[in-house]
Design a binder for this molecule. Structure first.
Ligand code: MTE
Length: 262
């Protein structure tokens, strides 16, 4: 089949092979090793799945994940993904813009942030029996970041349903931020006035901030962020500001000190 024409948000870089994208994962609810999630999440049941929308919103509700994809038919977006550990991939996500959902539920004028909570169920997510991280995994965005057209809720990968190890049935994708912002297994979306806590900045506040914009000029305290290893490549490549999405998103941070707000 002829490939579809690339859209304005797609990268034309070579797509990371399926095998790498689905066996080299970070998903601490299913183990610490890169190949643990593929194995340990294999039998994770993702239906039925309800997403709770609450907080500072005019229309709080509980939405079945399959209702979400009926409301917002997924489209494909080929995005770069840059992990804070300095590896990267190119991922053809299927998903819908988080902004579409936000507009539908109508946040109140007092809402300034969106908080995300992953499923908390140690019987189904055995990694939650260990205290390597505080559970559940939580993340957050400023409302304008959440409304940006690049920000997706993904339900698929490479034209197939999202594999469990990649965050099925619903996973956030914020391509200009380090991968840990892209929380998997989203169960709750809460609109707040105050900046919400985020898992990695709770676990190691000196190493991980709220914003976590990809920034080659700000090193992790224990390693450089100037370059990255694209999975499948041998040589390292330079890391780009905002992971190559600066034209689209740099204006969100005008006037902010991105060394302090790392
Ligand atoms: N979401 C949850 N719930 N738990 C996690 O451990 N790891 C994050 C992020 N989302 C994580 C998560 C990290 S560190 C990265 S780099 C990406 O998921 C990895 O996504 P991938 O496995 O699809 O490449």
């Amino acid at each position: 089949a002829r490939p579809r024409p690339l859209g304005p948000y797609d990268t034309s870089e070579p797509i990371t092979p399926w095998r790498d994208a689905t066996t080299y994962n970070n998903y601490y609810e299913f183990g610490l090793g890169k190949d643990d999630p593929a194995r340990e999440a294999a039998d994770f049941r993702t239906r039925p799945w309800t997403v709770v929308v609450d907080g500072l919103v005019r229309r709080p509700q509980r939405i079945d994940v399959d209702t979400l994809t009926r409301w917002f038919p997924p489209e494909e977006r080929i995005y770069r993904m840059r992990c804070v550990e300095a590896w990267s991939m190119v991922m053809p996500w299927s998903g819908f813009e988080l902004g579409a959902l936000i507009r539908r539920v109508e946040p109140l004028s007092t809402a300034r942030y969106v908080a995300f909570t992953a499923l908390h169920d140690p019987e189904r997510m055995p990694g939650q029996l260990s205290d390597v991280l505080p559970w559940p995994y939580v993340e957050g965005l400023r409302l304008d970041e959440a409304l940006h057209p690049l920000t997706l809720l993904a339900t698929g990968l490479q034209g197939r349903p999202l594999p469990n190890q990649n965050g099925a049935p619903l996973r956030l994708v914020v391509p200009w931020k380090y991968g840990f912002k892209s929380i998997k297994a989203v169960a709750r979306i809460t609109f707040t006035r105050e900046m919400p806590p985020t898992t990695w900045s709770l676990a190691a506040p000196d190493e991980y901030g709220f914003y976590a914009n990809v920034n080659p000029a700000v090193d992790h305290p224990r390693w450089s962020q100037a370059t990255e290893r694209r999975i499948g490549d041998f040589a390292r490549r330079p890391t780009l500001p905002f992971n190559g999405y600066a034209d689209q998103v740099a204006s969100l941070y005008a006037g902010m000190d991105l060394r302090r707000n790392f």
